[in-house]
Design a protein around this ligand. Structure first.
Ligand code: HEM
Ligand SMILES: *[C@@H]1O[C@H](CO)[C@@H](O)[C@H](O)[C@H]1NC(C)=O
Ligand SMILES: *[C@@H]1O[C@H](CO)[C@@H](O)[C@H](O)[C@H]1NC(C)=O
Length: 545
């Protein structure tokens, strides 16, 4: 595809004035010589200790076009065709390091000399359009320190101990209420025209209410929530300084979000006891750094992405992969019955609601539901494409399992491609593209049909990243996903809206901005019907943590 795109540049060589029979070969000859010289003078110099050079098929711009078009998938494709563990990719007159091998990725994520800060500091003013003083602050000598305080101190502190306990509790109570009200009848199925939008709304409501507090949640308005996803889709464009015609949709979405968040921060709603520590700690840290409320609302426009952008698609795919396999659903139902500690299925119709209590403590789910855990991990393996972009602050040597060392030079940019390891044949076998939860079951999948096994699952599986920036929200994501999955399995039947066959949507472009792949075309055309299973009609849900 990329070849067709650039062939548009070729007619320029045969300019209308040059139409004598001789001039065309001469022109081509000159062009070849120029191209040859350019290639040799402009190819970035590579130290023999640096990763091997992988040249694009179209000189200078091939890799750039590939990255823009296919984003994270570009890396997976290039790894598959070159079979390299790491590479230096020439781009225009510069270069970028692509790290694909999971062990090299892991050591890159752990190394403090590879920093995410320059990327955050470069993107924030463009996306957030902050005032001049705040922009100066983000360019100034304290900028790195501010990012470190927020990411390495304020956020992790808010997502452990009492902070996560409250976030868990609030979000799960809200999800329980939503699921109690969902498709109450076993005889009247409820049509869900777009499964993606259904899952998105279900999680967004509970999550944003838990994060911002119930009284003033800016995302209780579905239009504001929709703007969040629209902004995300346009985020890359907004950081590229493109002319306004290309950024209209992104600008509109951004304005909707600024308008919703500004009154929240101006009124200091984040200090309300019902708001989460997640939002409060960050706001406190950013205010202390000298960022005024008006800019705070803008800088924090990205925050809800963290809590939703990955959990929503992951839950979507887990529902798809599991419920499209009736045999798997039967096995999982037996397992998750072990999580019901009160109430449950009843034989007689009951007028009033009874309470069904389900335990979702991570330890209990792990112990009683190995297959469910395997499905959770296999969904992550298939759907997480994460690319972690870092700037090399000081020369770094990355060492692979065989002891080979690669030099990453100060000032370079490295992309650590977690998603590449999730699909590598040497770890997962030829069927690595398929959903096979048995890979993650102890004693299974070591050799045989679904390869995987201890080495692969320990080495080539890093859905939440690693090192300094390991996802601090992973337990929260687990709690939310399990609440929905366990309830759907126990008490609901899900069937395709049209026909009897599950025709799952394709993957959308695998974005560089988030970790999990979304369905193509906003999941359009993939609907479901949902109804209660007989005996589960009158259930009032409660989740125990
Ligand atoms: C299953 C869903 C999720 C997945 C797969 C996921 C994945 C990731 C990954 C791979 C990173 C590392 C990024 C990097 O190395 O550059 C990350 C970072 C982060 N995640 Fe998650 N995440 C999920 C859910 C959540 C949730 C629910 C929250 C918040 C409540 C959250 C908050 C964050 C934050 C704040 C960071 C940045 C940490 C830092 O840079 O220090 N994530 N996530
Ligand atoms: C929140 O829920 C998750 C999943 O059940 C659990 O792993 C985590 O420990 C919980 N945190 C607290 C403090 O309850
Ligand atoms: C990071 O890289 C430097 C330079 O190669 C090395 O000295 C250091 O030990 C590495 N740190 C970690 C945590 O791997």
């Amino acid at each position: 595809m990329a070849v067709n795109e650039t062939s548009g540049a070729l007619p320029a060589l045969t300019t209308p004035g040059l139409d004598s029979p001789m001039t065309i070969p001469i022109t081509i000859g000159i062009a070849v010589v120029i191209a040859f010289l350019l290639l040799h003078t402009l190819t970035p110099s590579v130290d023999p200790r640096e990763p091997p050079l992988v040249r694009p098929r179209i000189p200078f711009i091939g890799h750039i076009i590939g990255l823009m078009r296919h984003q994270a998938q570009f890396h997976m494709n290039l790894q598959r065709s070159t079979h390299k563990t790491i590479a230096t990719l020439p781009m225009l007159t510069g270069k970028m390091y692509a790290v694909w091998d999971p062990q090299l990725v892991a050591s890159g994520l752990r190394n403090k000399s590879l920093s995410v800060n320059p990327h955050i500091l470069a993107a924030t003013p463009k996306v957030a359009q902050v005032s001049a003083p705040t922009a100066a602050l983000l360019r100034g000598p304290d900028a790195e320190h501010i990012v470190d305080r927020v990411l390495l101190h304020a956020v992790p502190a808010s997502l452990r101990g009492a902070g996560i306990q409250r976030l868990n509790r609030t979000a799960l109570d809200l999800l329980a209420a939503e699921l109690t009200a969902l498709a109450p009848s076993s005889t009247r199925p409820v049509p869900v025209p777009n499964t993606w939008l259904f899952i998105r709304r279900l999680l967004s409501t509970a999550t944003t209410t838990a994060v911002y507090g119930p009284a003033h949640n800016p995302f209780s308005d579905p239009a504001v929530e929709a703007a969040l996803w629209e902004l995300e889709k346009n985020l890359l464009k907004l950081t590229l300084d493109l002319p306004a015609v290309f950024t209209r949709a992104g600008n509109r979405a951004r304005q909707t979000l600024f308008d919703a968040l500004t009154p929240y921060y101006k009124a200091h709603r984040d200090t309300d006891p019902a708001a989460s520590e997640f939002i409060r700690n960050r706001a406190e840290e950013l205010r202390a750094a000298g960022i005024p409320d008006e800019d705070l609302a803008r800088v924090e426009v990205m925050l809800p992405f963290a809590a939703l952008a990955n959990t929503v698609p992951l839950l979507f795919w887990m529902v798809c992969f599991v419920f499209s396999r009736p045999e798997l659903v039967r096995e999982l139902r037996q397992e998750v019955e072990g999580l019901v500690v009160a109430g449950g299925k009843s034989d007689e119709e009951q007028g009033d609601k009874k309470t069904t209590k389900v335990v979702l403590t991570a330890g209990t789910v792990e112990e009683r539901c190995p297959l469910l855990m395997a499905c959770y991990k296999e969904t992550q393996r298939v759907a997480v494409h994460q690319v972690s972009t870092r700037t090399v602050m000081r020369d770094v040597m990355l060492r692979d399992a065989e002891g080979r060392e690669y030099l990453l030079k100060e000032g370079g940019v490295a992309q650590l491609v977690i998603g590449a390891g999730h699909g590598m044949e040497e770890y997962w076998g030829k069927d690595g593209g398929e959903f096979k939860p048995e890979r993650f079951l102890a004693g299974k999948g070591e050799d045989g049909e679904a390869s995987g096994g201890v080495r692969a699952t320990r080495v080539a599986f890093q859905p939440f990243g690693g090192g300094l920036h390991l996802c601090p929200g992973r337990q929260f994501a687990f709690a939310e996903m399990m609440a929905v999955m366990v309830t759907l399995l126990l008490a609901f039947e899900l069937e395709p809206l049209e026909g009897t066959e599950w025709k799952l949507p394709k993957f959308a472009t695998r974005s560089m901005i988030d970790a999990v792949t979304k369905p193509a075309r906003h999941g359009e055309g993939f609907g479901l019907t949902i109804r209660r299973r007989p005996g589960w009609e009158g259930v009032h849900w409660e989740f125990e943590l």
